[in-house]
Design a protein around this ligand. Structure first.
Ligand SMILES: NC(=O)c1ccc[n+]([C@@H]2O[C@H](COP(=O)([O-])OP(=O)(O)OC[C@H]3O[C@@H](n4cnc5c(N)ncnc54)[C@H](O)[C@@H]3O)[C@@H](O)[C@H]2O)c1
Length: 255
């Protein structure tokens, strides 16, 4: 019997990186997983390769898309047990260089996408009196960073949203849990993209970055699995950090 046997999950951003690793892990443990991602090619490829996983093309930034997606999943599977909001984008810019466009893009995917996801998952989960919503935050919401201004702001908003959803659910007797996951640097295409930009613009910073601890997507997927499963039934409104002490040490943890 798998740790999330027969549960129905939606994973946004599931076509790549942390979302993809989480889709694989939940499916291995018996869940039916819907990867909901804007990238059709990668999403279909992932679904074709992992048993128990299917793909829905989905742009998290619009509420109407969420209504359609959540209602479709409930119509097809009868319920929704797990939502992992993992879709995200990052742009490197200080507050001084953050344009209105960059601010809106990052917040549209991260902040708006997570808001709509939580809202519509809660709408259907509370009818069953159970469910687990997991929001992908970051250590950026704990530490900030000079060059990730909008990203850190968005992740901080998601951290706050998570706690508000959890408390509402407890006080209203909805039976839905909501937790955030805060990874440090994890080996994914997003991190590789950031590394490439830093290598070009600031070789010294890139060298420092190369010396910092990097985790594997599976490290995050295992946390997601725990939060998705009934093993974490007393964990609600929590911020789970996966960074091998990076946020509690001064700067870099050597590899
Ligand atoms: N990799 C890290 O080091 C790291 C660290 C902390 C937090 N995170 C967070 O984890 C999450 C996943 O990051 P990752 O490293 O796996 O990145 P990734 O780039 O590998 O994957 C992100 C996925 O989100 C999808 N996506 C982007 N915009 C979308 C939209 N509008 N609608 C639907 N899907 C959309 C992309 O197509 C992609 O499949 C993000 O929220 C990121 O901020 C990553």
């Amino acid at each position: 019997m798998g740790r999330v046997a027969d549960k129905i999950a939606i994973i946004t951003g599931g076509a790549s990186g942390l979302g993809l690793a989480s889709a694989r892990r939940l499916a291995e443990e018996g869940a039916s997983v819907v990867i909901a991602d804007i990238n059709k090619e990668q999403g279909e490829a992932a679904a074709g390769e992992i048993p128990g996983v299917c793909f829905e093309q989905h742009d998290v930034t619009r509420e109407e898309n969420w209504i359609r997606l959540v209602d479709k999943v409930v119509a097809e599977y009868g319920r929704l047990d797990i939502l992992l909001n993992s879709a995200g984008i990052v742009r490197l810019a200080s507050i001084e260089d953050t344009t209105e466009e960059t601010w809106r893009q990052i917040n549209a995917v991260g902040t708006d996408g997570t808001f709509f996801g939580c809202k519509h998952a809660l709408r259907v989960m509370k009818l069953n009196g159970s469910g687990s919503i997991i929001n992908m935050c970051s250590t950026a919401s704990i530490q900030g960073g000079p060059m990730i201004f909008a990203y850190a702001a968005s992740k901080s908003a998601i951290r706050g949203m998570t706690k508000s959803v959890a408390v509402l659910s407890v006080q209203s007797g909805y039976g839905v849990r909501c937790n955030s996951v805060h990874p440090g640097n994890m080996r994914t295409p997003m991190l590789e993209g950031v590394r490439d930009i830093v290598r070009e613009s600031d070789p010294q910073a890139a060298q420092a970055m190369d010396g910092i601890w990097v985790g594997e997507p599976e490290d995050v997927a295992n946390m997601v699995l725990f939060l998705a499963s009934d093993e974490s039934s007393a964990v609600n409104g929590a911020a789970m950090v996966i960074d091998n002490t990076t946020t509690i040490t001064e700067g870099a943890v050597p590899r």
